[in-house]
Design a protein around this ligand. Structure first.
Ligand SMILES: [Zn+2]
Length: 378
């Protein structure tokens, strides 16, 4: 495919499935327009809808210690959500999953939020030896989504904890305004435990005992239908603006920003700014900046300026690689070998895609019968 960039956002042919129309506008821009009024409500209709959902959460949580649970990473989205939950009259239990890569700044931000909002905080510390084994298994597998071991355990720990404690509502900072565009061809779902276990079975060295996973059935049947668990994404019901949210956090609770390079987690920084672009040619700034463009938070020119900046300062990169190798107890030669080994696609390993497509088929069928949008999945 000849190299091409969308004329409206900054997505390019690094997405192998991108399709341009005669004006050079990509499928992601067209798909994003469809979201408005269906899953993204940055207007009064959203405020009204959200008020209805918040009423329900407060109502059902009456008499309980907490009415919802909120996963706190220390990043802007979840921090802002935590800040807002208070004036909404919600009583969340804040939960943080520590997978071993937190920066001191992230920890400080989390502590600051829970103290100022007066939330209880439950921190789950992931068994590092198992986490390390999974990270190395993923590096050996050479797949693009190296962040799955971390992302999966974040969600899985949160869900397991909520179920054990009878909490039905999960507040998620996930949102269309800053994450609306993402090329699905780049990688599979972080929730796909079939894929995770297959990769670990092939390349791991020690059994996963403490590491929590969520199965396909848990995710799509047991939790939503039997346990009646709901993941709600409040930021989709408001005109969520990342720059404004950041400055509100800084102003009101002294939250400190991480800069553009994912200072909240060293793993994410090295993975997104070095591993992905070097090994796969995927620059995650593109979908992120594109999301900000189509949701009206940034101009295309501003995004192009950011993209022109280098991903890493060479010295900083060396420091980060050295830390990464030391933490994973691998040599620099091993690291370089992982970088240059032939890449694999996640579909080279067993995964849940067939089940997922079947589920989506059933969902569309139910929607046709009921005549309305059905979405209880997370
Ligand atoms: Zn586009």
């Amino acid at each position: 495919m000849q190299y091409k960039v969308c004329t409206c956002c900054v997505m390019d042919t690094s997405d192998p499935r991108i399709v341009f129309d005669s004006n050079g506008v990509c499928n992601h821009c067209r798909d994003f327009k469809e979201l408005k009024g269906k899953q993204w409500f940055p207007d009064e209709s959203g405020a009204k809808k959200w008020e209805g959902i918040a009423d329900l959460i407060r109502e059902e949580g009456r008499g309980r210690e907490y009415d919802c649970i909120l996963g706190l990473s220390g990043g802007v989205d979840s921090s802002y959500l935590a800040l807002k939950a208070k004036p909404w009259g919600l009583r969340p239990l804040a939960m943080h999953v520590d997978a071993g890569w937190n920066s001191e700044l992230a920890v400080a931000n989390i502590e600051n939020i829970v103290t100022q909002c007066n939330y209880d905080l439950h921190t789950h510390v992931v068994d590092w030896e198992e986490m390390r084994d999974l990270h190395i298994a993923y590096l050996r597998a050479g797949v693009a989504n190296q962040d799955v071991p971390q992302d999966h355990v974040f969600s899985a720990s949160l869900y397991h904890f909520a179920i054990r404690n009878g909490i039905r509502y999960i507040l998620s900072g996930g949102n269309w305004a800053t994450e609306g565009i993402f090329p699905s061809a780049w990688h599979g779902s972080a929730m796909d435990a079939i894929n995770l276990k297959a990769i670990h079975r092939t390349y791991g060295e020690r059994p996963l005992k403490a590491y929590k996973t969520i199965s396909f059935l848990d995710c799509y049947v047991w939790y939503p239908f039997v346990k009646k668990m709901r993941t709600v994404r409040p930021l989709n019901y408001m005109p969520y603006n990342k720059a404004q949210a950041t400055s509100e956090l800084e102003r009101t609770i002294g939250w400190r920003p991480y800069g553009r390079k994912h200072g909240e987690s060293l793993f994410t920084r090295l993975f997104q700014n070095y591993f992905l672009p070097t090994k796969f040619g995927y620059d995650k700034r593109r979908p992120h900046l594109s999301s900000l463009i189509v949701s009206g938070q940034m101009t295309r020119e501003e995004a192009l300026e950011i993209l022109a900046e280098p991903l890493y300062d060479p010295q900083e990169l060396e420091i980060d690689i050295a830390y990464f190798c030391k933490k994973l107890r691998i040599s620099r030669q091993q690291f370089d070998a992982f970088m240059t080994a032939p890449p694999h696609h996640y579909t080279d390993f067993p995964n849940w895609d067939v089940r997922y497509r079947l589920l989506k088929k059933v969902q569309r069928m139910v929607e046709r019968i009921l005549g309305r949008h059905v979405n209880v999945y997370s």
